[in-house]
Design a protein around this ligand. Structure first.
Ligand SMILES: C[S@@+](CC[C@H](N)C(=O)[O-])C[C@H]1O[C@@H](n2cnc3c(N)ncnc32)[C@H](O)[C@@H]1O
Length: 293
């Protein structure tokens, strides 16, 4: 377990666990994609809708390298009672978040390496908000997750999440783009590297529809406060960056070593966007805010 110096309000607790899916640092990290303005804007809007205010206690699940944590901390500033507990499965991401959040000396921050769906193991007492940005799709057992969120929230407390990996995230008009891109990437992989992806799907990649998410929340005693689907135009650089993210690579070309898979995805997305004369391809983001009844 690593701790910050005495008197410092930022503390890191590392556990003894494997890094798991979706880890966001290293060579095939999520960082490049997370630096796009459209990515932070969609998350900022969810945080705005979560009505975070000074004095609250907030849990952030899958906090990663701290992009959304910074936005949350800006809203928590100004009260001694404010607290943020960031949880992520990746110790590498949490160490990077330590650096990102070092300037927020006026709010107590704990970063804990743990699975989101086991949050009650590491959080004592109740909190006012639980946020989960761009990561709920990694959790295969969403029933357990929602039970855990429910036990940790105060009555009337809010749970908010967003995801661009739900059944409905690809608008129908983008089907041709995805089909061509994937066919081209598989062909490039075969021709250049003599590799073929494995066909089996990982359980956690079974995507829920927006309606399945809200029905699940209601079944766990939540009231839906806000449900929005926002189309976000992703430009070529965005597609190149997401093609360099380990988890995206493994989801699209399962079982293929990262380097040839990344190169095949990048080369083919360039070609396909040029052929179809596309400046950007929209992706739908689902944002949900739900209250504990
Ligand atoms: C795409 S990144 C999102 C990071 C950040 N929330 C954001 O919005 O930019 C996904 C994060 O989920 C984390 N993650 C994946 N599965 C997890 C789980 N079961 N519990 C906690 N964190 C998890 C990964 O380590 C990674 O940091």
């Amino acid at each position: 377990m690593a701790r910050a110096g005495s008197g410092h309000k930022l503390v890191l607790h590392e556990g003894m666990m494997s890094e798991g899916q979706g880890t966001s640092t290293g060579e095939y990290s999520f960082k490049a994609f997370a630096s796009h303005d459209y990515y932070s804007a969609v998350t900022e809007s969810l945080i705005e809708a979560s009505e975070i205010a000074p004095g609250q206690k907030v849990i952030e699940l899958a906090c990663g390298t701290g992009m959304a944590s910074r936005m949350i901390l800006e809203r928590l500033r100004g009260a001694r009672e404010s607290m943020l507990i960031g949880i992520d499965v990746s110790s590498q991401a949490l160490r990077e978040a330590m650096g990102q959040l070092a300037s927020f000396r006026d709010v107590a921050v704990q970063l804990v390496q743990n699975r989101a769906e086991q949050l009650s193991v590491v959080v004592k007492g109740h909190v006012d908000r639980v946020l989960f940005t761009n990561g709920i799709h990694y959790v295969a057992d969403k029933d357990t997750l929602l039970d855990e969120v429910n036990t940790k929230l105060t009555k009337g407390g809010l749970f908010a999440f967003n995801t661009a990996f739900f059944h409905g995230s690809n608008p129908p008009e983008t089907e041709q783009f995805y089909r061509r891109w994937m066919m081209r990437a598989i062909r490039t992989l075969k021709n250049k590297y003599n590799l073929t992806p494995k066909s089996e799907k990982v359980e956690s990649r079974r995507q829920l529809t927006a309606e399945e998410y809200t029905a699940l929340l209601q079944a766990h005693g939540f009231t839906i406060v806000r449900k929005e689907i926002t189309p976000v135009p992703i430009n070529l650089q965005g597609w190149l960056d997401i093609s360099g993210y380990e988890d995206f690579i493994q989801g699209t070309l399962p079982g293929v070593p990262l380097e040839p898979a990344c190169k095949s995805l990048q080369e083919s997305v360039r070609q396909v966007m040029a052929e179809l004369h596309l400046q950007a391809v929209p992706r739908n983001w689902l944002s949900v805010v739900a209250a504990k009844a």
